[in-house]
Design a protein around this ligand. Structure first.
Ligand code: ASP
Length: 331
């Protein structure tokens, strides 16, 4: 896509505004290797490698993208050493681990759960909400009650797990409430897949922000914020400060940019730039987006360095560093 058309698509060309009033380490480019052959799966952060492995078992046998993303992110939910996904995650400030997840397929069917407690696989509940109810989203006690009535069971181990409980008790001493999103290499898992039949699907699951206010729900279970799929176009998912994604309907915005012709990377660049311009207090916070399109091209962009994603297709199984606007020491 030409730079002029990209500007036009963003509504900036006529106004004579520069595409990048903010300093970026790199401009988006069409250089991201185009993966012509599906299947393809990408997912956020290093834990995405194991999750992609789970998804690949299904994709490599010609399976459905929806099954693949569900099984893929369930690998991360199952990992009790992960401190930001599943029941091994950090609790809210009242000491309770509350989980958010959603799933979406190529024909706009979706399901979601938020503020869910004591269930090991929120992603499975999200899919069941999609398939067994006329609704999209269930939350809190109601979500748990519905899950228990529909074949799910409560975990039979201590939550938070003892190691996390110990950290929480240490945190309680100061009880410093920060909405900061960690700079370390672990966070929500968002996964996007394109299967051998060309179907797209996505899934997203998290324990959310550590020591959040009880009841706080981030972007991850919000269709359009933490995840969005349009089977005619592509899909997007996000990680980082969830409030920024909700305020901008971030993942939906990425898909709309791709609909107008932007590459996945350009579309991610666009939304991250918009967040930097519009979201109050985003400085010092991480936000990262991933996207794929129907042609099996993929890309990502983040505010700060350090955001990476796992990519797997027939030829590759690797981590990719997303391009970014800033480095952590230049807040
Ligand atoms: N986006 C998640 C949330 O705001 C957290 C994260 O990705 O770290 O709950």
């Amino acid at each position: 896509m030409s730079r002029r058309r990209f500007l036009k698509n963003l509504g900036l060309a006529g106004a004579g505004l520069a595409i990048n009033p903010l300093k970026s380490n790199e401009q988006p480019s069409n250089l991201t290797p185009s993966i012509k052959n599906n299947p393809l799966v990408i997912s956020t952060w290093i834990h995405g490698m194991e999750a992609n492995k789970g998804a690949w078992k299904i994709l490599s046998q010609g399976g459905d993208a929806l099954d693949a993303v569900q099984k893929g992110v369930a690998v991360t939910e199952n990992d009790l050493t992960n401190r930001s996904v599943g029941l091994g995650g950090r609790p809210d400030r009242d000491g309770r681990v509350t989980l958010d997840a959603c799933i979406m397929n190529h024909d706009s069917r979706c399901g979601s759960v938020a503020f869910l407690e004591d269930i090991q696989h929120p992603i499975d509940v999200a899919r069941a909400v999609m398939e067994k109810t006329p609704h999209v989203m269930l939350v809190g006690e109601g979500a748990q009650q519905w899950a228990l009535e529909n074949g799910f069971s409560k975990v039979d181990y201590q939550v938070p797990i003892p190691q996390v409980q110990k950290d929480y008790e240490e945190w309680l001493v100061q009880s410093e409430y920060k909405t900061g999103v960690n700079v370390e290499n672990h966070d929500t898992i968002g996964m996007l897949a394109l299967d051998a039949s060309g179907r797209l699907a996505g899934a997203c699951t998290t324990s959310g922000m550590a020591y959040k206010i009880r009841g706080r729900v981030g972007d991850s279970p919000i269709i359009g914020a933490g995840l969005f799929i349009d089977g005619d176009v592509g899909g997007a998912t996000a990680t980082g400060l969830g409030e920024a994604m909700i305020r901008t309907a971030g993942s939906a915005a990425v898909v709309e940019s791709m609909r107008r012709g932007a590459s996945p990377e350009e579309a991610c660049f666009d939304i991250v730039q918009r967040i930097l311009k519009k979201h109050p207090g985003v400085d010092g916070m991480q936000v990262g987006f991933l996207a794929i399109n129907k042609r099996g091209e993929s890309g990502g962009y983040s505010i700060y360095n350090g955001f990476n994603y796992a990519l797997r297709n027939k030829d590759q199984n690797k981590m990719v560093d997303a391009k970014h606007f800033k480095t952590w020491n230049e807040k």
